[in-house]
Design a protein around this ligand. Sequence first.
Ligand SMILES: Nc1ncnc2c1ncn2[C@@H]1O[C@H](COP(=O)(O)OP(=O)(O)OP(=O)(O)O)[C@@H](O)[C@H]1O
Ligand SMILES: [Mg+2]
Length: 504
Amino acid sequence: MLGTFKRWLSGPTATQPTDADPLGQLAGAASRQREWRTETPLVAWTRYRNGQPADTFSIGNSFEGLFVSGRSGSGKTSTTGRMAFSAAAKAGYGILCTTTKPTDADEVRAWATQMGRAADLVLVTPERGEFNFLSYQATQGSDTRQLVELLMTLAQAASRNGRAEADDIWAKAMREWLLNALDTLRLAGKPLTMEALAIFAKHAPLSRSAAQGAEWQSRSPLAALLREAVARATRGELTDSQEKDLEVCSHYWLEELPSMADRTRSSIEMTTNATLAPFARGWMRDRFCGGSELTPDLLGDGKIVVLDYNVKEHQESGQLAQLAWKLVVQRWAERRMKAAVQVGLQPEQVRPLMLFSDECQFFLTREDVQFQTTARGSRTAAVYLTQNLPNVIKELGDPHQAHSLLGNLATKIFHCNDEKSTNEWAAQTIGQSLQQRRSFSSSGTAQWSAGASEQRDYDVPPNAFLSLRTGGHENALLCEAVVFRSGARWSNGQHFLTATLPQT
Ligand SMILES: Nc1ncnc2c1ncn2[C@@H]1O[C@H](COP(=O)(O)OP(=O)(O)OP(=O)(O)O)[C@@H](O)[C@H]1O
Ligand SMILES: [Mg+2]
């Protein structure tokens, strides 16, 4: 095939092969002599009368995840969210913080400043902070298939309202497309960027005859890429195995894709466009398709990286940009533990990481479900806040996935809520026990008898969440929330706790 391909593609290529990535090194998470023991408490939900912490949230608990729900205005951000973030900031965690509203970054900045961490704030905005995540990931040892999975997750997030993600045929075809696009770029010696990938979505030949035609061969940037790869092969710059890959790629773009069923092809192109096109223009191209001035390694140095591409202002682009950061950081978090072990560090010497996501529904993917199962091992604390359960189910597209994720966020804090299914789920999660019921009955005459019966009932019934205090001046800046962690016994002797949390 390579022979045929060489024959009909002609003309020299001008570009030099490059593999740009200025920052590829793993920053030593524990290069400073500090320790973060799992039993160290971070937050006290309640205190004893003498002011000592009674019920705490430790560093170890943070690695098991925190999920916070409550209706809008119930006090999630101003109490639980602020407390978890501030404690982690004070303890020296590296923190990756997503944003939804234009005011979020300022709010987080104020919290960090209050904790003495202003100097560690890194504000990433559409104007500042280059991060070619694709190229960065490749320099961190990810092979093409691992890059494909990263892009698939982004693509699934980009198209989650448009298609059933469980469509296996589509997913398989999409993976194939991405694999060939990434391999072709590598074989042509080009840097891996989202902008470069967009070329394949726009310029692949529409039919086999078009692929043979002079028009496509002379004008299409994809044809130029293939020519460049062939030229490298001719100059002996590709290994035997790479030459075989080039045959596979050529066959894919020139034969397989043009012969694909229209529906499958247009579906792939729509999805790739929805994912790649935003990265190929405007500020997204400027920030994500060049070098990597900022990388997740910052978090290993204890920086607080605030992704100020807030969703309200930047919409889908802002969401995709933050997701790309989050996905790469999750991979980094797992990789750094291996590196730490290799240099002989103890786990508690590895700086903890917090993924702080208010309005987390915008930034959830199915990878979170997987990631959360091993988050403890990567010393990563997921702190996810959202109004209700349906938000999580809608974004993950599947109740089972949602419940699996929530099951792996061990500490759950329920604020005031009037969303029925969330309150029922909260009540079920906390559980049932035998409750005494008093009853009074009349025999019909003037005789009344009193009795008590026992029956199983919710420890915290669904309607209890309706009346929790929501802060504000009318509540003396105090919020109430029910704290639950399976297996925990709290200072009240119960397995759940109603905490009163201050907004100041
Ligand atoms: N320091 C404060 N002083 C007075 N009121 C406050 C203070 N902080 C928050 N509030 C008020 O308390 C209520 C709870 O606010 P908060 O933003 O924490 O809610 P939330 O649960 O995060 O809501 P949402 O889901 O909309 O983000 C709001 O009415 C808010 O205006
Ligand atoms: Mg909030």
